[in-house]
Design a protein around this ligand. Structure first.
Ligand SMILES: [Zn+2]
Ligand SMILES: [Zn+2]
Length: 212
């Protein structure tokens, strides 16, 4: 096995694996927000960007609402005025445009991050962080299983993820039992929020696209 190249994308993945939640969801979410930020600051009046924006007829539902979270009144108004002025009532009767540019960017971003995961799989520090942390959500486990060529990576990921899911079921049971008046309320934050981790584990984090 060639030595692992511990470059910037590797350290981003390692860092995300040590934070709560699915590391791929976390990285993609942050990347999309950085992109939106730079669009709002730099690209609203950029001709090339405007052409792509117009071709897509704006962002998809999910990305439009992430854009709204920035509360950039002027930038958002300029973008939507552009598309409404260009298409007019056609927007109402024919809503289909080119694929949402941010959805496309996210799909490419995910492929890149999975490639880093596969290349860095033999790094002990990364493996330990992935095993100890919340791990990958279901949609991202499936995306990795589809994309990764090394069978040992697929097998190890599936084994670690299945064991984690079993632990989660036990934690959900603990959380449920703790609601019983005979039990002391849980003091462990992880148990208290097991229900939320279960949602993230099964469908991925909010704002992150389904990949299946
Ligand atoms: Zn995920
Ligand atoms: Zn989108």
């Amino acid at each position: 096995m060639p030595p692992i190249d511990r470059h910037m994308p590797f350290f981003r993945l390692l860092d995300a694996a040590r934070q709560p939640g699915c590391p791929l969801c976390r990285l993609i979410r942050a990347h999309t927000r950085r992109q939106l930020e730079s669009i709002l600051y730099e690209s609203v009046n950029d001709v090339g960007f405007r052409d792509r924006w117009r071709a897509a007829r704006g962002y998809c539902h999910r990305h439009a609402w992430i854009l709204a979270e920035f509360q950039d009144a002027l930038g958002t108004a300029i973008l939507y005025e552009d598309v409404i002025a260009f298409y007019g009532a056609r927007l109402l009767t024919d809503g289909t445009g080119a694929k949402c540019p941010l959805c496309r960017a996210e799909a490419m971003d995910l492929d890149d991050r999975i490639a880093v995961l596969e290349q860095s799989w033999d790094d002990d520090e990364l493996r330990a962080a992935l095993e100890a942390g919340d791990g990958l959500c279901g949609p991202h486990v499936r995306a990795v299983l589809r994309q990764v060529r090394r069978a040992e990576v697929r097998e190890a990921l599936l084994r670690v993820s299945a064991a984690r899911l079993q632990r989660l079921a036990a934690e959900l049971r603990q959380q449920i039992d703790s609601c019983d008046y005979q039990h002391a309320p849980p003091t462990d934050e992880r148990i208290k929020h097991a229900w939320r981790r279960a949602i993230e584990q099964l469908v991925g984090c909010r704002d992150v696209p389904p990949t299946d």
